[in-house]
Design a protein around this ligand. Structure first.
Ligand SMILES: [Zn+2]
Length: 445
């Protein structure tokens, strides 16, 4: 497999035709050849799509990405079926992801899971083309090709053949009935076209199940984890968590995907992505905890954000839990950070340092968390700290840094009326703050 990578549509390139179908062109006929090809790139963040060059060898396209997807459903056909999908880039890739299908709109099926996997893979591919806030530029240099590898005929032929037909005949199946899962197929088509509009060739590759075992393992791991969590919490009421996120939803979902999955494994999670909807929801619901995941409410002062903050203050003093964290500190003008909590919750907090510091858990405050929890004991984190915080409100205490920084905290936990206020200034989504936020929300992990 030593043949060097080349650009797609290089002179030597034999297979870039086939429209949305990936043309295998005699590659990988020998048993184990595909596995060997993938293993040769196993240390990378992603595996490049293979190409059959004129010499007869197989060589990767350096401007491409090969993504394996899989979907699975347990209890297929039943009302309480549980389905998940996985998107696999490489064994230790940070882009790998898996998720449980939401059950709000439709019963989970394996077909919905396969389609959702395809959609998620294409969305992830699009992220890799985008120079983003947290995604360094050029993850895939000048991406020109995305190949989705699947063992699902439903996904593969749906994307490569059926969608085009259905678009012409008004989404009718062979028996003249409406096509099942039309919404997901349209979303899939939209995701393909979004990449095609960027001059990226999107292709689907149908492989036997045994050649898709990495994605299969990832999806089953996700389902096992959810089953364990469900049986663990069966005796207890599932807690309701509201996440308020008004900006940068894509960035949040990609950066905090593991955190979101942990939350969803243990609680009913609702996302308020417009102020109006959040106000409406809070008008008739009392969540067990609210996570304020960005700083929109603190930066945009208008009648709606003011309303929402008043509602939050009432909610907390009546016994609720509000946690300001995730991207809250990332986009907050630094001087306003401490005073924001002063204005709304009456603490004399000010903005402290913003640098990487070592902090250790403060046991007396740890014991005030609603649930006995294994927090990270000592950790280095880059966080926007709060200054002027009394010891009884510092969940973590800084152990290095200057003496003046000893009264600062990266993570605060304080009683307000009958409720609780948590603040995490971590900007990198580190395990220390993830765990602290889950514990503040009274969730096991
Ligand atoms: Zn080529």
């Amino acid at each position: 497999m030593g043949t060097p990578a080349h650009a797609i549509r290089d002179n030597d390139c034999l297979n870039t035709t086939g429209g949305r179908s990936f043309v295998v062109n005699g590659m990988f006929e020998e048993p184990g050849a595909l596995e060997k090809y993938e293993a040769s790139q196993a240390d990378n963040d992603y595996i490049m799509a293979p190409c059959h060059v004129s010499s007869g060898a197989v060589a990767p396209h350096r401007d491409s990405v090969l993504i394996a997807v899989d979907g699975a459903c347990r209890g297929n056909g039943q009302l309480d079926a549980m389905a998940a999908y996985a998107v696999f880039f490489a064994p230790s890739s940070r882009f790998n992801r898996s998720a449980i299908l939401p059950t709000e709109n439709a019963t989970s099926t394996s077909q919905r899971a396969e389609l959702s996997g395809g959609i998620a893979a294409l969305e992830e591919a699009k992220q890799l083309t985008r120079p983003g806030l947290f995604m360094p530029r050029g993850q895939v240099p000048d991406m020109k090709q995305v190949v989705i590898k699947t063992d699902s005929e439903y996904l593969c032929f749906g994307a490569t053949e059926w969608i085009a037909k259905w678009k012409k005949n008004g989404w009718k199946n062979a028996r003249g009935r409406p096509v099942a899962n039309r919404g997901l197929f349209q979303k899939l088509d939209g995701a393909v076209r979004a990449l095609e509009e960027m001059n990226i060739l999107v292709q689907f590759w149908h492989v036997p199940r045994k050649q898709n075992c990495k994605a299969d393992a990832l999806v089953n791991e996700r389902l096992d984890k959810r089953e364990q969590a469900v049986s663990h919490t069966r005796t207890q009421r599932r807690r309701n968590i509201l996440i308020l996120l008004f900006e940068e939803e894509d960035t949040f979902c990609s950066m905090y995907k593991d955190f979101l999955q942990d939350l969803e494994d243990h609680a009913e999670v609702r996302r308020g992505n417009s102020i109006m909807r959040a106000l409406e929801y809070l008008g008739s619901n009392t969540p067990d905890a609210i996570i304020v995941a960005d700083s929109y409410v603190a930066r945009e002062i208008n009648e709606f954000t003011v309303d929402l903050m008043v509602r939050m203050e009432e909610y907390v003093s009546a016994g609720g839990t509000a946690v300001f964290g995730c991207m809250f500190s990332s986009f907050m003008p630094m001087p306003d950070y401490g005073p924001f909590f002063n204005t709304h919750f009456g603490f004399p907090w000010e903005t402290g340092s913003y640098e990487r510091l070592t902090a250790k858990v403060n046991t007396p405050v740890h014991e005030k968390l609603p649930r006995e929890s294994a927090l990270v004991t000592v950790s280095s984190q880059k966080a926007l700290c709060l200054k002027n915080v009394e010891a009884g409100h510092r969940l973590y205490e800084i152990v290095d840094g200057r003496p003046s920084q000893r009264k600062e905290t990266p993570i605060a936990w304080a009683k307000v009326g009958k409720g609780w206020l948590g603040v995490s200034g971590d900007v990198n989504n580190e395990q220390v703050s993830q765990r602290a936020i889950l514990a503040m929300c009274n969730l096991s992990f």
